[in-house]
Design a protein around this ligand. Sequence first.
Ligand SMILES: *[C@@H]1O[C@H](CO)[C@@H](O)[C@H](O)[C@H]1NC(C)=O
Ligand SMILES: *[C@@H]1O[C@H](CO)[C@@H](O)[C@H](O)[C@H]1NC(C)=O
Length: 315
Amino acid sequence: MAERSRPRRAAEHRHRLRLRRLLFLLPLLLLLVLLAQLPALLLRRANSFGRRCLPGATDRRLPLLPGPVRNPRLSLAIVTLADEGASGSRGRRSFRGVLAATARNKRAYAAAHGYGLIALPASAVDPSRPPSWSKVLALRAHLRHHHWLFWNDADTLVTNPEIPLERILFSVIGHSDFNESPDLVLTEDFGGVNAGVFFIRRSNWSEKFLDTWWNQTSFIQFGSTKSGDNAALKHLIGHLSSEEMQAQVRIAKMQCLFNSYPWILSWKSTFRLIFHLATTWKGVYSDGDFMIHFAGLDDKQGWTNKIVGEIETLR
Ligand SMILES: *[C@@H]1O[C@H](CO)[C@@H](O)[C@H](O)[C@H]1NC(C)=O
Ligand SMILES: *[C@@H]1O[C@H](CO)[C@@H](O)[C@H](O)[C@H]1NC(C)=O
């Protein structure tokens, strides 16, 4: 009898040891899971920790300070693509359903401030290139009709509609004299200038710039999440003379001025948080920011629904 139960007792002992080890590991695992959520929670509050994207703004939606910012003679229009059927990024990065929600958001914002809204249909997309390139044609076609065009990729939402575009331009340019303004107002992310959200001014320089951009055919890329238009823009900006750069181009000091990216836990975002903390901080989406951009995210639909829900409960 005793001979037979000895191995069983040993097995029970091993089992108990394993259980004890597991009980010790469980809180540790839980702690790790909680710690992993922490950056997202903290970064979402960046503005309440003192980050300032727009001078004078806070993380609360306060009424705007009066200022010499508004220039009623200026005509501004938001331009965006609504090519639901022709979206180049199918599958996981699908735009389906996102477009209707973001277009509604932009329409409400544009109406509230008296801006034009140019939502281009699928027929405006040049089928010979990935759809993202068609922004260049669209801007070129409408440049003559407004003082400023504000390009928005379809995966963007206005999250703080109290902030007028004039105020954003003023904070970058430093004055509101149209004739003395630069032609291109951009933001920078981890990869350099971003072609997803930017301002372009009506001018001969802008027309030529857009034509040159469209002519960068060697950058066109098919069958990837990148279409090449952003790389072409980066190339052109990188090859401007310093005089031209100074006169024609402004890059906002803070990416979050009008192009914030949400922070989502991943190996890549954690790596960037550690090794590119300043860039993460300048660009991460926080409560009170003007615009969220779901750049490079897979679940654009889920994110759009989540943020639209949040904006509606704030209202
Ligand atoms: C653009 O250039 C033409 C001449 O080529 C000139 O007549 C026109 O005034 C210029 N437009 C602007 C907005 O500077
Ligand atoms: C763009 O390419 C077209 C066709 O090759 C050419 O006629 C035009 O001058 C080019 N424009 C610029 C600004 O490079």
